[in-house]
Design a protein around this ligand. Sequence first.
Ligand code: BES
Ligand code: ZN
Ligand code: ZN
Length: 499
Amino acid sequence: MDIRISAESADGYVGDAVVVGLFESAALSGPAVEVNARLDGMIQRLVDVGEIRGRPFEVTILHTYGKLPAARVAVVGLGQARQADLFALRRAAGAAARILRDRGCRRVGTALHQAFSGPRPEQLVRAVVEAAYVGLYRGEERKTRRELPDEFDEIAVLGVADEHREAASAVARVAQVGGTATNYARRLVNLPANDITPTALAEQAVDIGKRTGLEVEVLEPARLREIGMGALLAVASGSDQPACLIVMRYRGKGSGPQVAFVGKGLTFDSGGISIKPAEKMHIMKSDMAGAAAVLGAMQAVAELKIPLDVMGVIPASENLPSGHAYRPGDVLTAFGGSTIEVISTDAEGRLILADALGYARQQGATHLIDIATLTGACIIALGYTTAGVMGNDNELVEAVLDAGERVGERMWRLPLFPEYRAMLDSLVADLKNVGGRPAGTILGGWFLREFVGETSWVHIDIAGTSWSEENEPHQIEGATGAGVRTLLALAERMAGGVM
Ligand code: BES
Ligand code: ZN
Ligand code: ZN
Protein backbone atom coordinates (compact mmCIF):
# COMPACT_ATOMS: atom_id res chain seq x y z
CA MET A 1 0.00 0.00 0.00
CA ASP A 2 1.46 3.34 -1.07
CA ILE A 3 1.24 6.11 1.49
CA ARG A 4 1.50 9.53 -0.08
CA ILE A 5 1.74 12.79 1.82
CA SER A 6 0.28 15.58 -0.25
CA ALA A 7 -0.60 19.25 -0.17
CA GLU A 8 -3.62 18.56 -2.45
CA SER A 9 -7.01 19.64 -1.21
CA ALA A 10 -9.92 17.26 -0.76
CA ASP A 11 -11.86 18.75 -3.68
CA GLY A 12 -8.88 18.18 -5.99
CA TYR A 13 -8.06 14.57 -5.12
CA VAL A 14 -8.39 12.10 -7.99
CA GLY A 15 -9.31 8.60 -6.80
CA ASP A 16 -12.09 6.28 -5.66
CA ALA A 17 -12.98 8.22 -2.52
CA VAL A 18 -12.06 11.23 -0.47
CA VAL A 19 -12.68 11.25 3.28
CA VAL A 20 -13.73 14.31 5.28
CA GLY A 21 -14.54 14.57 8.98
CA LEU A 22 -17.42 16.14 10.86
CA PHE A 23 -17.85 16.77 14.58
CA GLU A 24 -21.17 16.09 16.27
CA SER A 25 -23.54 19.09 16.36
CA ALA A 26 -20.91 21.38 14.89
CA ALA A 27 -20.86 23.34 11.65
CA LEU A 28 -19.02 21.91 8.65
CA SER A 29 -15.44 23.06 8.60
CA GLY A 30 -12.35 23.05 6.38
CA PRO A 31 -12.37 20.38 3.66
CA ALA A 32 -15.98 19.45 4.43
CA VAL A 33 -17.03 22.99 3.48
CA GLU A 34 -15.15 22.85 0.16
CA VAL A 35 -16.51 19.43 -0.71
CA ASN A 36 -20.03 20.41 0.32
CA ALA A 37 -19.88 23.40 -2.02
CA ARG A 38 -18.78 21.26 -4.94
CA LEU A 39 -21.66 18.87 -4.20
CA ASP A 40 -24.16 21.76 -4.31
CA GLY A 41 -24.78 21.62 -0.56
CA MET A 42 -25.60 17.88 -0.37
CA ILE A 43 -23.67 17.26 2.87
CA GLN A 44 -25.30 20.22 4.61
CA ARG A 45 -28.76 19.02 3.50
CA LEU A 46 -28.12 15.58 4.98
CA VAL A 47 -26.96 17.25 8.20
CA ASP A 48 -30.12 19.42 8.22
CA VAL A 49 -32.44 16.43 7.94
CA GLY A 50 -30.48 14.56 10.63
CA GLU A 51 -29.12 11.84 8.36
CA ILE A 52 -25.54 12.90 9.06
CA ARG A 53 -24.90 13.66 12.72
CA GLY A 54 -21.16 13.39 13.15
CA ARG A 55 -21.48 10.56 15.66
CA PRO A 56 -18.51 8.26 16.28
CA PHE A 57 -18.24 5.49 13.66
CA GLU A 58 -20.86 7.13 11.41
CA VAL A 59 -19.70 6.85 7.79
CA THR A 60 -21.86 8.29 4.99
CA ILE A 61 -20.79 7.57 1.43
CA LEU A 62 -21.95 9.93 -1.31
CA HIS A 63 -21.32 9.49 -5.02
CA THR A 64 -20.07 12.62 -6.74
CA TYR A 65 -21.21 12.00 -10.35
CA GLY A 66 -18.32 14.05 -11.71
CA LYS A 67 -18.84 17.06 -9.46
CA LEU A 68 -15.50 16.22 -7.87
CA PRO A 69 -12.51 14.36 -9.31
CA ALA A 70 -12.96 11.68 -6.60
CA ALA A 71 -15.75 9.20 -7.37
CA ARG A 72 -17.05 9.24 -3.78
CA VAL A 73 -17.02 11.35 -0.69
CA ALA A 74 -17.08 9.67 2.71
CA VAL A 75 -18.30 11.91 5.51
CA VAL A 76 -17.04 10.44 8.77
CA GLY A 77 -18.32 11.26 12.26
CA LEU A 78 -15.70 12.35 14.79
CA GLY A 79 -17.96 12.62 17.85
CA GLN A 80 -18.04 15.59 20.20
CA ALA A 81 -15.41 18.20 19.41
CA ARG A 82 -14.70 18.55 23.15
CA GLN A 83 -13.63 14.92 23.35
CA ALA A 84 -11.73 15.00 20.10
CA ASP A 85 -8.33 13.44 20.61
CA LEU A 86 -6.04 11.20 18.61
CA PHE A 87 -7.93 8.14 19.85
CA ALA A 88 -11.11 9.53 18.25
CA LEU A 89 -9.23 10.24 15.02
CA ARG A 90 -7.90 6.68 14.97
CA ARG A 91 -11.36 5.18 15.42
CA ALA A 92 -12.78 7.33 12.61
CA ALA A 93 -9.88 6.66 10.23
CA GLY A 94 -10.01 2.91 10.86
CA ALA A 95 -13.78 2.69 10.38
CA ALA A 96 -13.63 4.72 7.16
CA ALA A 97 -10.82 2.63 5.72
CA ARG A 98 -12.62 -0.61 6.42
CA ILE A 99 -15.94 0.46 4.89
CA LEU A 100 -14.37 1.99 1.79
CA ARG A 101 -12.25 -1.11 1.24
CA ASP A 102 -15.34 -3.29 1.50
CA ARG A 103 -17.06 -1.08 -1.10
CA GLY A 104 -14.24 -1.78 -3.51
CA CYS A 105 -12.26 1.46 -3.25
CA ARG A 106 -8.56 1.13 -4.10
CA ARG A 107 -7.31 4.73 -4.05
CA VAL A 108 -8.37 6.87 -1.14
CA GLY A 109 -7.52 10.41 -0.11
CA THR A 110 -8.08 11.48 3.46
CA ALA A 111 -8.62 14.95 4.88
CA LEU A 112 -9.92 13.57 8.17
CA HIS A 113 -7.01 14.91 10.21
CA GLN A 114 -7.70 18.44 8.98
CA ALA A 115 -10.60 18.67 11.42
CA PHE A 116 -8.09 18.57 14.30
CA SER A 117 -6.14 21.63 15.34
CA GLY A 118 -4.41 20.58 18.59
CA PRO A 119 -1.96 17.78 17.74
CA ARG A 120 1.10 18.32 15.56
CA PRO A 121 0.75 17.35 11.86
CA GLU A 122 3.10 14.36 12.31
CA GLN A 123 0.97 13.02 15.15
CA LEU A 124 -2.13 13.30 12.99
CA VAL A 125 -0.46 11.55 10.07
CA ARG A 126 0.79 8.76 12.29
CA ALA A 127 -2.69 8.25 13.77
CA VAL A 128 -4.44 8.17 10.37
CA VAL A 129 -1.97 5.82 8.70
CA GLU A 130 -1.65 3.38 11.61
CA ALA A 131 -5.42 3.33 12.03
CA ALA A 132 -5.89 2.51 8.35
CA TYR A 133 -3.63 -0.53 8.66
CA VAL A 134 -5.42 -1.68 11.81
CA GLY A 135 -8.84 -1.16 10.19
CA LEU A 136 -7.98 -2.97 6.98
CA TYR A 137 -6.75 -6.20 8.54
CA ARG A 138 -9.23 -9.03 7.93
CA GLY A 139 -7.96 -11.94 10.02
CA GLU A 140 -9.05 -14.72 7.68
CA GLU A 141 -5.77 -16.55 8.11
CA ARG A 142 -6.95 -20.07 7.46
CA LYS A 143 -10.01 -19.49 5.26
CA THR A 144 -9.64 -21.44 2.06
CA ARG A 145 -11.50 -18.74 0.16
CA ARG A 146 -10.13 -15.40 1.21
CA GLU A 147 -11.36 -12.07 -0.01
CA LEU A 148 -8.34 -10.30 -1.39
CA PRO A 149 -6.76 -7.85 -1.17
CA ASP A 150 -6.96 -6.43 2.35
CA GLU A 151 -5.25 -3.16 1.61
CA PHE A 152 -5.75 -0.19 -0.70
CA ASP A 153 -3.38 0.56 -3.55
CA GLU A 154 -2.92 4.07 -2.22
CA ILE A 155 -3.72 6.28 0.72
CA ALA A 156 -3.06 9.98 0.13
CA VAL A 157 -2.94 12.09 3.26
CA LEU A 158 -4.21 15.41 1.95
CA GLY A 159 -3.72 19.02 2.91
CA VAL A 160 -0.28 18.66 4.48
CA ALA A 161 1.47 22.01 4.06
CA ASP A 162 4.84 21.95 2.30
CA GLU A 163 6.77 22.91 5.42
CA HIS A 164 5.44 19.80 7.22
CA ARG A 165 5.89 17.50 4.26
CA GLU A 166 9.28 16.06 5.14
CA ALA A 167 8.52 15.32 8.80
CA ALA A 168 5.10 13.93 7.85
CA SER A 169 6.58 11.63 5.21
CA ALA A 170 9.14 10.29 7.68
CA VAL A 171 6.45 9.58 10.24
CA ALA A 172 4.21 8.04 7.58
CA ARG A 173 6.95 5.49 6.90
CA VAL A 174 7.21 4.67 10.61
CA ALA A 175 3.42 4.31 10.72
CA GLN A 176 3.46 2.06 7.66
CA VAL A 177 6.13 -0.23 9.12
CA GLY A 178 4.46 -0.16 12.54
CA GLY A 179 1.02 -0.83 11.06
CA THR A 180 2.35 -3.73 9.00
CA ALA A 181 4.11 -5.16 12.07
CA THR A 182 0.91 -4.84 14.09
CA ASN A 183 -1.00 -6.88 11.52
CA TYR A 184 1.84 -9.40 11.36
CA ALA A 185 1.49 -9.90 15.12
CA ARG A 186 -2.29 -10.21 14.77
CA ARG A 187 -1.83 -12.91 12.16
CA LEU A 188 0.41 -14.93 14.48
CA VAL A 189 -2.04 -14.60 17.36
CA ASN A 190 -5.08 -15.51 15.27
CA LEU A 191 -3.36 -18.58 13.85
CA PRO A 192 -4.22 -21.66 15.92
CA ALA A 193 -1.94 -23.49 18.32
CA ASN A 194 -1.60 -26.40 15.87
CA ASP A 195 0.07 -24.00 13.45
CA ILE A 196 1.92 -21.76 15.90
CA THR A 197 3.85 -24.20 18.08
CA PRO A 198 6.93 -23.04 20.00
CA THR A 199 9.03 -24.33 17.10
CA ALA A 200 6.93 -22.40 14.58
CA LEU A 201 7.35 -19.25 16.67
CA ALA A 202 11.11 -19.75 16.50
CA GLU A 203 10.85 -20.16 12.71
CA GLN A 204 9.07 -16.81 12.56
CA ALA A 205 12.00 -15.22 14.39
CA VAL A 206 14.47 -16.85 12.00
CA ASP A 207 12.44 -15.49 9.08
CA ILE A 208 12.55 -11.98 10.49
CA GLY A 209 16.29 -12.41 10.88
CA LYS A 210 16.61 -13.36 7.20
CA ARG A 211 14.46 -10.44 6.10
CA THR A 212 16.06 -7.74 8.23
CA GLY A 213 19.55 -8.98 9.05
CA LEU A 214 19.08 -9.17 12.80
CA GLU A 215 20.71 -12.10 14.58
CA VAL A 216 18.59 -14.98 15.87
CA GLU A 217 19.54 -17.75 18.26
CA VAL A 218 17.17 -20.50 19.39
CA LEU A 219 18.01 -22.35 22.61
CA GLU A 220 16.60 -25.88 22.53
CA PRO A 221 15.65 -28.11 25.51
CA ALA A 222 19.10 -29.69 25.96
CA ARG A 223 20.67 -26.24 26.18
CA LEU A 224 17.88 -24.96 28.43
CA ARG A 225 18.62 -27.82 30.84
CA GLU A 226 22.35 -27.04 30.79
CA ILE A 227 21.87 -23.40 31.74
CA GLY A 228 19.23 -24.17 34.35
CA MET A 229 15.96 -22.90 32.92
CA GLY A 230 13.96 -25.04 35.32
CA ALA A 231 10.80 -22.95 35.22
CA LEU A 232 10.41 -22.89 31.42
CA LEU A 233 11.16 -26.62 31.20
CA ALA A 234 8.65 -27.44 33.93
CA VAL A 235 5.86 -25.54 32.18
CA ALA A 236 6.65 -27.33 28.92
CA SER A 237 6.94 -30.77 30.52
CA GLY A 238 3.29 -31.72 29.98
CA SER A 239 3.48 -31.14 26.24
CA ASP A 240 5.01 -33.12 23.39
CA GLN A 241 6.03 -29.82 21.81
CA PRO A 242 9.59 -28.96 22.82
CA ALA A 243 10.04 -25.59 24.51
CA CYS A 244 12.59 -23.10 23.30
CA LEU A 245 14.05 -19.73 24.17
CA ILE A 246 14.18 -17.41 21.18
CA VAL A 247 16.82 -14.69 21.32
CA MET A 248 16.93 -11.95 18.68
CA ARG A 249 19.71 -9.39 18.65
CA TYR A 250 19.44 -6.13 16.77
CA ARG A 251 22.45 -3.84 17.06
CA GLY A 252 21.39 -0.45 15.82
CA LYS A 253 24.04 1.46 17.72
CA GLY A 254 26.63 -0.77 19.39
CA SER A 255 26.60 1.18 22.65
CA GLY A 256 24.25 2.99 25.02
CA PRO A 257 21.22 1.39 26.67
CA GLN A 258 20.87 -2.34 26.04
CA VAL A 259 17.13 -2.78 25.71
CA ALA A 260 15.43 -6.17 25.96
CA PHE A 261 11.84 -6.83 24.93
CA VAL A 262 10.69 -10.03 26.62
CA GLY A 263 7.42 -11.59 25.40
CA LYS A 264 5.35 -14.41 26.88
CA GLY A 265 5.17 -17.12 24.22
CA LEU A 266 2.60 -19.59 25.56
CA THR A 267 1.40 -21.04 22.29
CA PHE A 268 -1.48 -22.71 24.10
CA ASP A 269 -2.46 -22.35 27.75
CA SER A 270 -4.86 -25.06 28.91
CA GLY A 271 -3.94 -24.28 32.50
CA GLY A 272 -2.10 -27.60 32.81
CA ILE A 273 -3.07 -29.77 35.80
CA SER A 274 -4.84 -26.67 37.23
CA ILE A 275 -6.94 -26.93 34.09
CA LYS A 276 -9.10 -24.07 32.83
CA PRO A 277 -12.85 -24.32 32.23
CA ALA A 278 -13.65 -25.52 28.69
CA GLU A 279 -15.87 -22.67 27.64
CA LYS A 280 -13.39 -20.12 26.33
CA MET A 281 -10.30 -22.26 26.32
CA HIS A 282 -9.81 -21.97 22.56
CA ILE A 283 -8.95 -18.30 23.01
CA MET A 284 -5.85 -19.40 24.89
CA LYS A 285 -4.16 -19.85 21.52
CA SER A 286 -3.62 -16.11 22.02
CA ASP A 287 -1.43 -16.61 25.09
CA MET A 288 1.58 -15.91 22.90
CA ALA A 289 0.42 -12.36 22.12
CA GLY A 290 3.34 -10.92 24.11
CA ALA A 291 5.73 -12.95 21.96
CA ALA A 292 3.94 -11.76 18.82
CA ALA A 293 4.30 -8.15 20.01
CA VAL A 294 8.03 -8.68 20.49
CA LEU A 295 8.40 -10.32 17.04
CA GLY A 296 6.45 -7.48 15.42
CA ALA A 297 8.39 -4.79 17.26
CA MET A 298 11.77 -6.39 16.49
CA GLN A 299 10.84 -6.57 12.81
CA ALA A 300 9.81 -2.90 12.79
CA VAL A 301 12.84 -1.67 14.76
CA ALA A 302 15.20 -3.51 12.42
CA GLU A 303 13.37 -2.44 9.27
CA LEU A 304 13.44 1.20 10.34
CA LYS A 305 17.10 0.87 11.39
CA ILE A 306 16.40 2.56 14.72
CA PRO A 307 19.77 3.58 16.23
CA LEU A 308 19.45 1.55 19.42
CA ASP A 309 20.54 -1.90 20.61
CA VAL A 310 17.49 -4.08 21.16
CA MET A 311 17.28 -7.72 22.14
CA GLY A 312 14.08 -9.73 21.76
CA VAL A 313 13.72 -12.66 24.17
CA ILE A 314 10.83 -15.10 23.90
CA PRO A 315 10.30 -18.11 26.15
CA ALA A 316 8.05 -20.38 24.07
CA SER A 317 6.07 -23.32 25.39
CA GLU A 318 2.72 -25.04 25.61
CA ASN A 319 0.97 -25.63 28.93
CA LEU A 320 -0.82 -28.99 28.84
CA PRO A 321 -1.79 -31.62 31.40
CA SER A 322 -0.30 -35.10 31.01
CA GLY A 323 1.59 -37.81 32.91
CA HIS A 324 4.73 -35.72 32.39
CA ALA A 325 3.19 -32.46 33.49
CA TYR A 326 4.39 -30.38 36.41
CA ARG A 327 2.09 -30.31 39.41
CA PRO A 328 0.72 -27.85 41.96
CA GLY A 329 3.07 -28.12 44.94
CA ASP A 330 6.16 -28.78 42.83
CA VAL A 331 9.19 -26.65 43.62
CA LEU A 332 11.11 -25.39 40.59
CA THR A 333 14.56 -23.87 40.31
CA ALA A 334 14.55 -20.89 37.95
CA PHE A 335 17.47 -19.57 35.89
CA GLY A 336 19.77 -17.93 38.42
CA GLY A 337 18.89 -20.34 41.22
CA SER A 338 15.77 -18.98 42.96
CA THR A 339 13.22 -21.60 44.00
CA ILE A 340 9.50 -21.31 43.23
CA GLU A 341 6.64 -23.23 44.77
CA VAL A 342 3.95 -23.89 42.19
CA ILE A 343 0.49 -23.20 43.64
CA SER A 344 -1.28 -23.19 40.28
CA THR A 345 0.10 -24.60 37.05
CA ASP A 346 -2.13 -22.01 35.35
CA ALA A 347 0.10 -19.17 36.56
CA GLU A 348 2.70 -20.39 34.07
CA GLY A 349 3.44 -17.14 32.24
CA ARG A 350 5.32 -15.66 35.18
CA LEU A 351 7.35 -18.88 35.43
CA ILE A 352 8.63 -18.86 31.88
CA LEU A 353 9.17 -15.09 32.05
CA ALA A 354 11.21 -15.46 35.25
CA ASP A 355 13.72 -17.57 33.32
CA ALA A 356 13.67 -15.25 30.31
CA LEU A 357 14.11 -12.04 32.32
CA GLY A 358 17.04 -13.61 34.17
CA TYR A 359 18.59 -14.63 30.87
CA ALA A 360 18.16 -11.17 29.32
CA ARG A 361 19.92 -9.63 32.32
CA GLN A 362 22.74 -12.13 32.11
CA GLN A 363 23.09 -11.21 28.42
CA GLY A 364 23.71 -7.60 29.39
CA ALA A 365 20.28 -5.96 29.18
CA THR A 366 20.15 -2.63 31.02
CA HIS A 367 16.47 -1.96 30.32
CA LEU A 368 13.91 -4.77 30.45
CA ILE A 369 10.40 -4.45 29.07
CA ASP A 370 8.29 -7.57 29.33
CA ILE A 371 4.91 -7.93 27.70
CA ALA A 372 2.51 -10.72 28.53
CA THR A 373 -1.06 -11.96 28.60
CA LEU A 374 -0.38 -12.56 32.27
CA THR A 375 -3.55 -12.29 34.34
CA GLY A 376 -7.31 -12.56 33.93
CA ALA A 377 -7.41 -10.16 36.88
CA CYS A 378 -6.09 -7.41 34.59
CA ILE A 379 -9.34 -7.70 32.61
CA ILE A 380 -11.29 -7.35 35.87
CA ALA A 381 -9.27 -4.28 36.86
CA LEU A 382 -8.93 -2.41 33.55
CA GLY A 383 -11.23 -4.12 31.04
CA TYR A 384 -10.44 -4.87 27.41
CA THR A 385 -9.29 -1.41 26.39
CA THR A 386 -6.42 -0.73 28.76
CA ALA A 387 -3.20 -2.57 29.51
CA GLY A 388 -1.73 -2.72 33.02
CA VAL A 389 1.77 -1.32 33.52
CA MET A 390 4.10 -1.88 36.48
CA GLY A 391 7.78 -1.29 37.01
CA ASN A 392 10.70 -0.54 39.30
CA ASP A 393 11.95 2.59 37.50
CA ASN A 394 9.62 5.60 37.29
CA GLU A 395 11.39 7.07 34.32
CA LEU A 396 11.06 3.89 32.26
CA VAL A 397 7.42 3.47 33.33
CA GLU A 398 6.69 7.03 32.20
CA ALA A 399 8.46 6.34 28.91
CA VAL A 400 6.27 3.29 28.26
CA LEU A 401 3.05 5.13 29.17
CA ASP A 402 4.02 8.02 26.90
CA ALA A 403 4.86 5.66 24.03
CA GLY A 404 1.45 4.01 24.42
CA GLU A 405 -0.32 7.36 24.38
CA ARG A 406 1.43 8.35 21.16
CA VAL A 407 0.42 5.23 19.25
CA GLY A 408 -3.15 4.94 20.53
CA GLU A 409 -2.67 2.14 23.05
CA ARG A 410 -4.30 2.85 26.40
CA MET A 411 -2.23 1.88 29.43
CA TRP A 412 -2.50 2.51 33.15
CA ARG A 413 0.00 2.06 35.92
CA LEU A 414 -0.62 -0.18 38.93
CA PRO A 415 1.46 0.03 42.12
CA LEU A 416 4.10 -2.43 43.32
CA PHE A 417 4.01 -1.41 46.97
CA PRO A 418 6.29 -3.52 49.21
CA GLU A 419 3.33 -4.71 51.31
CA TYR A 420 2.18 -6.93 48.43
CA ARG A 421 5.33 -9.02 48.50
CA ALA A 422 4.29 -10.97 51.63
CA MET A 423 1.41 -12.48 49.65
CA LEU A 424 3.98 -14.46 47.66
CA ASP A 425 5.81 -15.87 50.69
CA SER A 426 6.18 -19.65 50.58
CA LEU A 427 6.94 -22.04 53.42
CA VAL A 428 9.20 -24.31 51.39
CA ALA A 429 10.63 -22.11 48.63
CA ASP A 430 11.82 -18.54 47.98
CA LEU A 431 8.40 -17.59 46.70
CA LYS A 432 5.20 -19.07 45.34
CA ASN A 433 3.68 -18.37 41.96
CA VAL A 434 0.20 -17.40 43.20
CA GLY A 435 -0.89 -15.45 46.26
CA GLY A 436 -4.67 -15.74 46.12
CA ARG A 437 -7.23 -13.72 44.14
CA PRO A 438 -6.75 -10.20 45.57
CA ALA A 439 -4.45 -7.89 43.58
CA GLY A 440 -3.92 -10.64 41.03
CA THR A 441 -2.32 -8.44 38.38
CA ILE A 442 -0.02 -6.71 40.85
CA LEU A 443 1.10 -10.05 42.28
CA GLY A 444 1.96 -11.19 38.76
CA GLY A 445 4.06 -8.04 38.45
CA TRP A 446 5.63 -8.50 41.87
CA PHE A 447 6.55 -12.07 41.04
CA LEU A 448 8.43 -10.92 37.92
CA ARG A 449 10.12 -8.15 39.86
CA GLU A 450 11.86 -10.80 41.94
CA PHE A 451 13.79 -11.84 38.83
CA VAL A 452 15.00 -8.47 37.54
CA GLY A 453 17.15 -7.45 40.52
CA GLU A 454 18.27 -3.83 40.21
CA THR A 455 17.86 -3.69 36.44
CA SER A 456 15.37 -1.09 35.13
CA TRP A 457 12.23 -2.98 34.26
CA VAL A 458 8.65 -2.46 33.11
CA HIS A 459 5.95 -5.11 32.83
CA ILE A 460 2.98 -4.69 30.48
CA ASP A 461 -0.03 -6.96 31.09
CA ILE A 462 -1.98 -7.26 27.83
CA ALA A 463 -4.40 -10.01 28.89
CA GLY A 464 -7.32 -7.64 28.20
CA THR A 465 -6.06 -5.68 25.21
CA SER A 466 -4.54 -8.43 23.07
CA TRP A 467 -7.85 -9.98 22.08
CA SER A 468 -11.16 -8.40 21.13
CA GLU A 469 -14.39 -10.36 21.23
CA GLU A 470 -16.21 -7.54 19.58
CA ASN A 471 -16.23 -6.87 15.89
CA GLU A 472 -15.87 -3.09 15.97
CA PRO A 473 -16.09 -0.71 13.01
CA HIS A 474 -12.42 0.30 13.27
CA GLN A 475 -11.02 -3.10 14.17
CA ILE A 476 -12.19 -6.60 13.43
CA GLU A 477 -12.59 -9.06 16.30
CA GLY A 478 -9.78 -11.36 17.40
CA ALA A 479 -6.14 -10.45 17.82
CA THR A 480 -5.36 -6.76 18.15
CA GLY A 481 -1.57 -6.68 17.88
CA ALA A 482 -1.40 -4.98 21.29
CA GLY A 483 2.02 -3.71 22.24
CA VAL A 484 3.77 -3.74 18.86
CA ARG A 485 3.43 -0.02 18.27
CA THR A 486 4.12 0.88 21.90
CA LEU A 487 7.38 -1.07 21.87
CA LEU A 488 8.35 0.53 18.57
CA ALA A 489 7.54 4.02 19.86
CA LEU A 490 9.52 3.29 23.03
CA ALA A 491 12.53 2.26 20.95
CA GLU A 492 12.24 5.43 18.86
CA ARG A 493 12.12 7.49 22.02
CA MET A 494 15.06 5.77 23.65
CA ALA A 495 17.09 6.04 20.44
CA GLY A 496 16.43 9.76 20.46
CA GLY A 497 18.07 9.94 23.86
CA VAL A 498 14.69 10.57 25.50
CA MET A 499 13.81 8.04 28.13
N1 BES B 1 -2.95 -16.76 30.20
C1 BES B 1 -3.60 -16.59 31.45
C2 BES B 1 -4.14 -15.18 31.65
C3 BES B 1 -5.24 -14.75 30.75
C4 BES B 1 -6.57 -14.94 31.12
C5 BES B 1 -4.97 -14.12 29.56
C6 BES B 1 -7.58 -14.52 30.30
C7 BES B 1 -5.98 -13.70 28.72
C8 BES B 1 -7.29 -13.90 29.09
C9 BES B 1 -2.63 -16.88 32.59
O1 BES B 1 -1.67 -17.85 32.33
C10 BES B 1 -3.45 -17.38 33.73
O2 BES B 1 -4.10 -18.36 33.58
N2 BES B 1 -3.41 -16.66 34.83
C11 BES B 1 -4.17 -17.02 35.98
C12 BES B 1 -3.36 -16.64 37.19
C13 BES B 1 -3.95 -17.14 38.47
C14 BES B 1 -3.85 -18.65 38.55
C15 BES B 1 -3.20 -16.48 39.61
C16 BES B 1 -5.49 -16.28 35.95
O3 BES B 1 -5.53 -15.13 35.49
O4 BES B 1 -6.49 -16.85 36.35
ZN1 ZN C 1 -2.35 -19.83 32.68
ZN1 ZN D 1 -1.11 -18.04 30.32
